[in-house]
Ligand binder design. Structure first.
Ligand SMILES: NC(=O)c1ccc[n+]([C@@H]2O[C@H](COP(=O)([O-])OP(=O)(O)OC[C@H]3O[C@@H](n4cnc5c(N)ncnc54)[C@H](O)[C@@H]3O)[C@@H](O)[C@H]2O)c1
Length: 439
């Protein structure tokens, strides 16, 4: 078993990572617990409910089970209220412990239920998707959605333990694995060059969920996220770097409709776009942009974004990004692999990046989300990422010497003019509702 410790003012807790860890769930239940609520959804319950229940019984505590429906559309106040009603009807109290068994939806909603039930009860995260294991279960962000935006209602509330069983990943559809790997790569790009190199070297092992490789990747990702969260628990500053690729990703998700591309898929593509912008704004080497593009394609995520309604759609949606402040949109950009910073970018450069990284031919691809399709992963990836081929075509066009020289020229003009300092090139006023986001 490997362990990462998180130490924040809101709580100190272990993240434990191992195969079959679910069988030891009882060890995360404090002795003074009055009763346990095992919260899940029907999909995960069917796969792992019995194992979790059997393991929790070893605690000797009373256990209640409740399932919320499967899907992002149920991460809302109505579902939360159903959870509260169940908890009240079964007389759960302040000494109860909520165990959230599932992906980010169950973890986010369960965490928020724990944060608010009787002003806060203890909760344990048992994340079962790769994205939840490397991202949503770590750091204490809990939330539900509102019709006006994602994750708008929530709390920073830390679990008492995160129990990561890597064996549960075996039942995940390939697309979900790709989406989780995008977040894994993100940590290397923003914080740890060696880890990015390692991901490149072991990408096939990661895709195949080879135990040693996936265990290490999850461990390192959690360690890096914990480091950022410890510096800035409530995202006033440093924690923003975890949103690398997300400013672009949210436009894609918003434009296609949430759920068409998985969040991690959109983040994968958004990281390619953010890398391109980094090259123009902070001299991030073009060969490293290609490394990002190659690795994102290799894990099975799209590398070319849908054009949506054109550039204005992108600009307008970006105005609503949570990093926008004082009338300016900010991006997480790379100075080099392993080093990120938050800064503005002039609209001319953003426009160039969109020309290079979007295509009207890229469409949503919902049909690929079923596990059966995941078995034919290579074909699936081609379908979900018409982008890989398109991306090569686009790169060729834009990298032709004339176009490349124009890009470089405009980048230089923008840098000379003080891009990102807020003096010139400032682009966005804020006049909309902000869709709250997550890492
Ligand atoms: N709190 C944070 O910091 C944070 C960070 C990132 C994302 N999020 C949130 O996380 C959510 C997305 O999480 P997600 O990607 O895990 O989606 P999800 O919870 O919807 O899970 C994806 C699908 O996989 C199924 N599933 C879960 N585990 C499985 C397993 N082991 N085998 C087979 N199927 C399994 C689920 O039932 C679901 O159908 C979003 O709501 C997002 O806002 C939160």
């Amino acid at each position: 078993m490997s362990i990462v410790r998180v130490n924040v003012p809101g709580g100190s807790y272990p993240i434990e990572i191992a195969p079959n860890l679910m069988q030891q769930l009882a060890t995360s239940i404090p002795p003074d617990t009055s009763a346990i609520l095992l919260l899940s959804n029907p999909t995960v319950r069917q796969l792992y409910g019995d194992t979790a229940l059997k393991a929790l019984k070893a605690s000797g505590k009373e256990i209640y089970c409740f399932d919320i429906p499967d899907g992002e559309q149920y991460k809302n106040l109505d579902t939360l209220n159903e959870v509260f009603t169940f908890m009240l009807e079964h007389k759960l109290d302040r000494k109860s412990v909520l165990v959230a068994l599932g992906g980010g939806v169950v973890g986010d909603l369960g965490g928020f239920a724990a944060a608010t039930f009787m002003r806060g009860i203890r909760f344990v995260q048992v994340p079962t998707t790769l994205l939840a294991q490397v991202d949503s279960s770590v750091g204490g962000k809990t939330a539900v959605n509102h019709p006006l935006g994602k994750n708008l209602l929530g709390a920073f509330y830390q679990p008492i333990a995160v129990d990561i069983d890597i064996n549960v990943l075996k039942s995940l559809p390939q697309r979900e694995i790709a989406a989780g790997l995008a977040e894994v790569i993100k940590y290397g790009l923003i914080m740890d060059r060696e880890f990015f190199d390692w991901c490149e070297e072991f990408v096939e092992e990661l895709k195949a969920l080879e135990p040693q490789a996936i265990n290490y990747a999850i461990h390192r990702a959690c360690e890096l996220k914990a480091q950022v969260v410890e510096e800035d628990e409530k995202e006033s500053n440093r924690r923003m770097i975890l949103n690398f690729g997300h400013t672009f990703a949210h436009v894609i998700e918003n434009g296609l409709g949430y759920g068409e591309w998985l969040h991690g898929e959109a983040v994968g593509c958004g990281m390619v776009q953010a890398a391109e912008l980094s090259a123009l704004v902070c001299n991030f080497p073009q060969e490293d942009v290609e490394r990002v593009r190659r690795l994102v394609a290799q894990i099975g995520c799209p590398t070319v974004a849908p054009a949506l309604g054109g550039k204005d759609t992108w600009f307008d949606t970006m105005k609503l990004d949570k990093k926008a402040s004082g009338g300016k949109i900010k991006f997480v950009l790379l100075e080099k692999i392993g080093q990120a910073k938050v800064q503005g970018a002039p609209q001319e450069l953003l426009s160039l990046v969109l020309s290079k990284t979007t295509s009207a031919e890229v469409k949503a691809s919902k049909a690929l989300s079923s596990p059966e399709v995941a078995d034919t992963a290579s074909e699936s990836r081609q379908a979900v990422t018409p982008s890989v081929a398109a991306s090569e075509a686009l790169s060729t066009v834009v990298d032709s010497s004339e176009a490349a020289a124009e890009v470089a020229r405009q980048a230089q003009i923008a840098r000379d003019a003080g891009a990102g300092t807020g003096r010139t090139g400032g682009i966005y006023g804020i006049d909309g509702v902000r869709p709250a986001t997550d890492e």
